[in-house]
Ligand binder design. Sequence first.
Ligand code: MN
Length: 229
Amino acid sequence: MTSYVFPPPQTPSLPVVGSEARFPVRRIFCVGRNYADHAREMGHDPDREPPFFFDKPADALVIGEAAIPYPPLTAKLEHEAELVACLGAGGRDIPVDRALDLVWGYAIGNDLTRRDVQAQAKKLGRPWSLAKGFDASAVCGPVHPLSATGHPASGRIALSVNGATRQEGDLAQMIWSLAEVISILSREILLCPGDLIYTGTPAGVGPLQPGDRIRIEIAGLGHLENTVA
Ligand code: MN
């Protein structure tokens, strides 16, 4: 048995709907600008430029309906409602027509962003790490097994804050389908069981304040509610 100089961190994990077993999380990847109307609101041409990726640490998860701590060093925390694909298998150079075979289930996610920090990073050509991958930046609901949901290729995705709708779109509006996203990402890195992929957000991203109540709905996955502490 390996001995460590201090106890190693536990594997982050998500609850699974209808099961006592938990889904172990390995890495968190996020797709940028995967809905045309959101690409436009961020000032970019959504003309099917190749998808790009950023990541968050697995221990940045806010699990289920836990409270979201307002992060330090930002005056513009923003929400991004996203469908999360939870991989149960891995591989590299996965063809598009086999890519969905890697998916174990789906969850509702919120890709929290320190937008002011991100804007500064963009301006200076610096990494987005601390704009996107800060503590408690990856809100994720319970994992719905594929057997319960199928692959949700279309259906409403919406986010409201204190009852007012901010984001509303359809999963079918993704510029790059989940199968394409998985295939393209698998050319860059070896995908592994436990990897999560946040698949992008529709238009309407906006700021959050302490005390705000966020509700995200995705067709077939129910809803997820979190309060900003
Ligand atoms: Mn996002």
